[in-house]
Design a protein around this ligand. Structure first.
Ligand code: C5P
Length: 232
């Protein structure tokens, strides 16, 4: 596997032209693009279609979370876009997850466990007396049982999940930062190399790349960090 294939850039832009121009700069140095709610709310399905010209895998991060009927009908509409990956919240429950997995066609369904911007204090605030690891493990076990292809998790839980669950499970880790750089709003963060070493199969990285004046240089540093930890 080429090291760049691990890197999915989170294109959290509202403007379509800016997204296209930026993708053009980094297209040869990444494994795929992640389009999320910010992009989708502004540009919709037509915007996603426009990004297909780069022939890169598309990770549509819509984090769907609603009653089973609403989510299933939404997924049916989204599948017309044929994204390579689509996210739904594991906390939406078994029925929602099972219904989506029945209709997914060639799109890999990725369940979001606990957002990397949350920590134990946030869990306590909503009355959950579990550690982050226990909460994530419960959600991931449910997701696998209901048929998801992969999960989004903090890199700090990747090692545990890789040991506990199938080698085939796609482990997507956001919250990636190069050592000694800005965490922004991420709380449970880790370096690219350590995340891969812990068992991550896909690194979702946004602001460290998109906010840089030299995005390709940052991607090269990310690859160097991975290489140092796991070898090329
Ligand atoms: O800019 P940054 O690298 O923090 O971006 C992380 C991306 O990953 C964002 O697009 C965010 O929506 C997404 N994400 C996350 N935590 C999750 C799931 C997705 O940060 N648990």
């Amino acid at each position: 596997m080429n090291l760049k294939d691990y890197i999915f850039c989170a294109l959290d832009f509202s403007d379509l032209n800016q997204t296209i121009e930026f993708t053009d700069i980094i297209k040869n140095d990444i494994g795929g693009i992640k389009l999320g709610l910010e992009f989708f709310a502004s540009n919709g399905p037509a915007g996603v279609e426009k990004l297909k010209k780069f022939k890169l895998p598309i990770f549509l991060d819509l984090k769907l979370h609603d009653i089973p009927n609403t989510v299933t009908n939404t997924v049916k509409n989204i599948l017309k876009l044929q994204p390579d990956y689509l996210t739904i919240h594991l906390s939406g429950g078994r029925k929602m997850l099972e219904e989506v997995n029945k209709i997914k066609k060639n799109t890999k369904i990725i369940g979001v466990s606990m957002l990397t911007s949350l920590d134990k204090k946030d869990l306590e605030e909503i009355g959950l007396e579990l550690t982050e690891k226990e909460y994530v493990k419960n959600l991931v076990a449910l997701g696998i049982d209901a048929g998801v292809d992969g999960v989004v998790t903090s890199p700090s839980e990747a090692e545990l999940l890789r040991k506990e669950f199938s080698k085939k499970l796609i482990l997507v880790t956001p919250g990636i930062r190069l050592p000694n750089t800005d965490l922004n709003d991420q709380k449970r963060s880790q370096s690219p190399g350590l995340a891969i070493k812990s068992g991550s199969s896909m690194l979702v990285i946004g602001r460290p790349i998109t906010k840089s004046a030299k995005p390709v240089k940052i991607i090269k540093l990310i690859m160097k960090d991975i290489e140092e930890k796991i070898g090329s």
